[in-house]
Every structure is written in structure tokens, then in C-alpha cells.
Write a protein of this length. Sequence first.
Length: 287
Amino acid sequence: MDPIHIFDPRAVRHHRDRAGRLVGTVAAVLDDLADRLLDRLDDTTHRFSQALDLGGRGSVAPALRARGMHVVSLDPSAALGGLAGGAAVCGEAEALPFAPASFDLVVASCALHWVNDLPGALIQLRMALRPDGLLLASLPVLGTLDTLRSALTETEAALTGGAAPRISPFPELRDCAALLQRAGFALPVADVEDITLAYADPLALLHDLRAAGETNAVALRDKRIPPRALFPAALARLPSRDGRMAVRLRLAVITGWAPAATQPRPLKPGSATISLADVLGPEPDRQ
């Protein structure tokens, strides 16, 4: 079977290397996204000691260390990985350089959407967890930057008669829990959080995407210089309110546990010792 090749890993790495010099300009946004994700740790009574920060861009590792954990950070870019402080490894989620059962927590804040083989990466992350270890991740899903995607497609078609992919394809929310289950995680959960970013200057959106390392790395992207009028004309199409242009980040927050014998399991069909009728009680008299 041919390997999945939706994204260009070299382009992803190059964009993240470049972002190492620029990411400070979007640190507040990345910190907010990381804080929203890590708030989910307060929903569990588990206590974690050994954590893997996957692609946190300097926003996740300090927050985990503040919670008393030892943290190893992994990023395709040495420049971004070094921003985490502490132990950092340059590597890919699809080829984890860690022994099985190395961590009891893996956190991936907006870090899995450039992975070609997401099911395979999730399997590796599950194997890197100890029994009853937790994967906590956020990733953009369908609906993210939807107005920008439409504006770019319509504008480029009008200018050139065709359109190249310029926004990454995103998974659907309904697929996320199924991917966790397929990768062998127990108790998979996926929910969604919608975040709106507003810009007085539409060009600032493009600058922020570049600073975060989120520019186009689709393998089939058009590598030619785009028409000069493309981006100004596309940005002019975006809806605005009160003089500000708004774009949506639609984030799936997913959690899954490495299987352990101590976890609750569903009963086998037919093993119940009480009937539903007994629970509900007798039907009321009908007049």
C-alpha cells in the first residue's frame, strides 16, 4: 500500500523553522489555546508525572512543569522545540523516538493536523503511554477558516479560471472519536470548541498564520507565486462586523486512555440481573 501523502513534511518543517523567529507575535493566542486544553486536566483525579508535549511551540511545556510534571517536548523543528525549555527532541509524531510506556500523559495542542498518517501516529502515541495514561489533544476540524477557504477559492477561480488548494484539509468532528477507538484508546471522547478571532487589518491574519507555522504545506499545492491581486481581493470578500474581520477556529478536543485492567468496562450483553421494567416500575393506570 502506498504511504499516505496529503502533506509535504519538508514544507511543514520549513514553515515551523521559520516560525521559530516569529512565533512570539502570536504567543498570546497559542498560550490561550494551550490553557483551554490543559483546563481539561482539572476534570480528572489522575495525577501525572511524566508528560510528552507534542508540538506545543513553547506554550504547553511550561504550563505542565508548573503542574509539577517532568516534560519532554517533541517537534519537527528544532527551533520551535527549543522554545519549550527543558528536554527537547527533534522528531515526527509518525516516527516517535520513545520506548513503549514512557509517559503517563501526552498533550498535543493544535499539533496533529499536519500528520499524514494520523491513525498510525495515534497508535504510536498510545504505545508511548503507560497503562491508564491519557492522550489530551486539540486539532482543527472542518469549519476552521471556512470563510477564508471559500474566499480564496472563489477569488482565484475568478482571476485564473482555476483554484489550487491553499487551506489544509481538516477532519470532521464525528471522525475524531472513531480514530481514537481505531488506534486502541479506551474511553474515547471528542467534543468541539468554536473560537472566533477578529482582525481590524485582514492582512494580520495571514501574518499570524505564518508566525504560527501554519502556512500551506499541502503536497499538491501550487508552488508558483500567486497572482498579486489574489490575497487582497480574497480578504476583501471576508465578512466583517464593526470594522473587524472575523474568522473561526473550530477545534476538536479529544481524550483517550491507554487501556488498563482497572478501567471500567461495559457488561456483556445478557448479563444484566434486573430488567428495565423493574427499574421503571409498573405502568400508570390509564383512564
